[in-house]
Design a protein around this ligand. Structure first.
Ligand SMILES: *Cc1c(COP(=O)(O)O)cnc(C)c1O
Length: 414
């Protein structure tokens, strides 16, 4: 059983985070004002500033109609450009290398159109053993699209570096999750990127669980391409617009194929309505359609928060907060049929800790955490519970509540 919450409350007083910027779902009765929200790895909380931002964009439409494209306070035609610099800063990209558009799996497909180029025996796509299903479906459908058998083309391994050393000449594309969605393990992104490129493969990263969670330096790490969503750690709302990164060395390469639309072409000549696109050498060339303006305000609001506070400060608080939860969980699991799946080394994880339960259903346990203790965690069937103290808004007391509730709900006896 973890110690009483006095120490958690002391830690909160000394290391408070930025909870006041967010709406935290309220508790429904009981001893607490709010839920202990540890599901920001699944859906981040709403920044308080988001509503006004959205209403301002709606007002501009009401007042201006079509003229809002040029005359809104933040004109719609170049609106996406407002997101580029902060998104680039977040992932360690140059501004020409980043774009906010579409949703994550769509971006993975668009980037694979450019970067999955099977030739002869070099046709394999390497993904993790426990890849997120959408990524697995995406690469398998890409293999089929290229006339290959997904069962032999898609290789699932938790030892990408080992496979590359053995059979690197068969690999066309490495596409891994930077932080694994299930285990919370942070991979060695620069190391695997180096190994993949040295083997002659293209290396792309799915940063769904990494963006806004761990520091990234995609340009310096020489990553070929990457994509991420904005509704997890980036707090931009359900189904929010996603991001994409294309390394500078690919931006002006005429051999690279791409699906294009009118938002791919140079904005300076877009309205000449020419029949042939003339894209600029930036990641914007991967855009296709004119973007949903009302979906962009929430991303802008969220990225402003990251810019203001900075990933180094967030990462530091994240390691303190997750370190505290790890300490508490170690006590809880010591005498119970529970195992922490996430690496104990703080450099090999972000803020999420995953717990495998030895008996019963994770969904059932998560329901009881919610209804009996006001702890919002999330379950991955059949037997994994994920707890993510998010450095922007989670508290030490939230961590304590989660550990104490798990201790109370899971009987002792391994
Ligand atoms: C959350 C997540 C997705 C979700 O894909 P969408 O296209 O945003 O629905 C895909 N891949 C990974 C690794 C994820 O964690």
């Amino acid at each position: 059983m973890p110690a009483p919450p006095a120490r958690a409350l002391e830690l909160d007083a000394a290391d408070p985070g930025h909870r006041e910027l967010f709406h935290v779902p309220p508790a429904d009765g009981g001893d607490h004002r709010s839920t202990a929200y540890l599901a920001g790895n699944s859906l981040g909380l709403q920044p308080r500033a988001t509503r006004d931002e959205l209403l301002a964009d709606l007002d501009a439409w009401a007042r201006l109609g079509v003229e809002g494209h040029l005359e809104a306070e933040r004109p719609w035609l170049p609106y996406h450009e407002l997101l580029t610099d902060p998104a680039a800063r977040l992932v360690g990209a140059r501004p020409t290398e980043a774009v906010v558009m579409n949703s994550l799996t769509v971006n993975l497909h668009l980037l694979m159109v450019s970067f999955y180029r099977p030739v002869g025996r070099r046709d394999q796509i390497l993904i993790e053993e426990s890849a997120f299903p959408s990524d697995s479906y995406a690469v398998r459908s890409q293999a089929r699209f290229h006339g290959r058998d997904p069962d032999t083309t898609v290789v699932r391994t938790d030892d990408a570096a080992g496979y590359l050393a053995r059979a690197g000449d068969r690999v066309a594309l490495v596409l891994l999750g930077g932080v694994n969605y299930l285990t919370g393990k942070l991979l060695d992104i620069p190391g695997i990127t180096r190994a993949g490129r040295a083997a002659g493969a293209i290396v792309g990263w799915d940063l769904a669980h990494a963006a806004g969670n761990v520091p990234l330096a995609l340009h310096d790490w020489d990553v070929d391409f990457a994509a991420w969503c904005s509704y997890k750690y980036l707090n931009s709302g359900p189904g929010a617009l996603a991001g994409a990164f294309v390394h500078e060395r690919h931006l002006d390469d005429p051999r690279i194929n791409r699906f294009e639309g009118w938002w791919s072409t140079d904005p300076a000549t877009r309205f000449e309505m020419a029949p042939v696109a003339r894209p600029l050498p930036t990641a914007d060339a991967w855009q296709i359609s004119n973007p949903p303006i009302f979906a962009m305000g929430p991303v802008r609001t969220s990225l402003e928060i990251f810019d203001r506070i900075g990933m180094p400060a967030l990462r530091a608080r994240s390691q303190r907060l997750t370190g505290y939860l790890a300490e508490l969980l170690d006590q809880v699991v010591a005498t119970r049929p529970l195992t922490v799946l996430t690496p104990a080394d703080p450099h090999r994880r972000g803020c999420q800790l995953s717990v495998r339960i030895g008996r019963g259903s994770a969904a059932e346990l998560t329901k009881r955490l919610r209804h009996e203790y006001g702890v919002i965690a999330d379950a991955r069937e059949p037997d994994v519970i994920r707890l993510a103290p998010v450095p922007l808004y989670s508290t030490y007391h939230d961590c304590w509540r989660a550990a104490a509730a798990l201790a109370a709900l899971v009987e002792e006896g391994r």
